[in-house]
Write a protein that binds this ligand. Structure first.
Ligand code: TYM
Length: 328
């Protein structure tokens, strides 16, 4: 049984990339492993500016996590800000990572460039230190994520190695686990960019709660490539490759095998849309039921918080003892 941890930010609605890249795999591993999943609202502060919305987004994301199939009896779902240990260990992580290492993070470089004329918080820069705290607090061996998070898991590993070297063996070294199909779902309108909550337009993003008609329409309008042959070629035909990967992920197949079933782009788009509608329909139904019971959601999250805090507090105490801070 492996200890597994992964987290998601309560910023914007959950999309197909989040589902195929991460959430679906959180569900599939929950019975074999000891799993912890956090709703990381402190991470969302790097981009949240409107007062009064974060709490609702957090609760709505909790409903989504249960709707995709996480079972509160086996999976521990917690809210990051409810556990002070995350912020406490994050400072220690900041003191264990270098300015140079943080400067090389591609997510920071991309996000900072996008917000060029805007406000770039120091939190956006130190973000990986908080993420390292999230992971190391739970002694996580495996971190199921999409491809875009690999670098963050690698830096966490580097931080853990450095801390263990300085202060003695304290943290478990984590590794990223990504799915075979769906690790990098691309925007349907711009298939060389990943599907992302911070994309310019919505036409290329499939939200898990989208109506079936909207999903079908977005797939029909997906940007494809020149030529007309359906082959799986990520570099040469990124639009078709993305559709093949999505369809393969939704039907438990491979993009190469899926390509053999289609001769036209139109039929491929229709099939991908239909498969995604079918995959997401039950999630939407369960979400609609759960979101109306705030009391029950709050109770489930509190239960997760309590279970998570036992583990997080023990690890933080271990880190403090390793450093040798004066006990209170
Ligand atoms: P976030 O909230 O952006 O995304 C949550 C998960 O969804 C995956 N993902 C994708 N997978 C495939 N294709 C895509 N287009 C796509 N877009 C998003 C992400 O890889 C992620 O697994 N920094 C993290 C949150 C975090 C975290 C952690 C993750 C904070 N602490 C500790 C793991 C462990 C983030 O912003 O994910």
């Amino acid at each position: 049984m492996a200890r597994v941890l992964s987290c998601i930010q309560p910023t914007g609605d959950v999309h197909l990339g989040n589902y195929l890249g991460a959430l679906r795999n959180w569900v599939s591993g929950q019975r074999e492993n000891d799993v912890f999943h956090g709703i990381v609202d402190l991470h969302a502060l790097t981009v949240t500016e409107t007062p009064g919305v974060l709490g609702d987004q957090t609760l709505s994301l909790a409903a989504m996590l249960f709707a995709v199939g996480l079972d509160p009896d086996v999976a521990t779902i917690f809210v990051q800000s409810h556990l002070p240990q995350h912020s406490q260990l994050a400072w220690i992580m900041e003191c264990t990572v270098s300015f140079g290492e943080l400067s090389r993070m591609t997510q920071f470089k991309d996000k900072a460039a996008k917000r060029e004329s805007d406000f770039v918080s120091a939190g956006l820069f130190t973000y990986p230190a908080l993420q390292a705290a999230d992971i190391l607090l739970y002694d996580a061996q495996e971190v199921p994520v999409g491809d875009d998070q690999r670098q963050h898991i690698e830096i966490t590993r580097d931080i853990a190695i450095r801390f263990n070297h300085r202060f003695g063996d304290t943290f478990v070294l984590p590794k990223a686990v990504t799915p075979k199909a769906g690790a990098r779902v691309m925007d349907l309108q711009n298939p060389t960019a990943k599907m992302s909550k911070s994309a310019d337009g919505e036409a290329g993003i499939i939200y898990v709660l989208d109506e079936p008609a909207a999903i079908e329409r977005k797939f029909k309008r997906a940007v494809t490539d020149s030529g007309s042959e359906v082959v799986y070629d990520r570099a040469g035909k990124p639009g078709v490759a993305n559709l093949l990967e999505i369809l393969a992920a939704a039907t438990a197949s491979t993009p190469e095998a899926t390509a053999k079933n289609y001769t036209q782009y139109g039929a491929l788009k229709t099939a991908a849309g239909a498969a995604v509608v079918e995959m997401l329909a039950p999630i939407r139904r369960r979400y609609d039921e759960l979101i109306n019971d705030r009391g029950e959601l709050t109770r489930l999250v509190r239960r997760g918080d309590e279970r998570a805090e036992v583990v997080a507090a023990a690890t933080l105490a271990r880190a403090h003892a390793a450093i040798g801070v004066l006990p209170r």
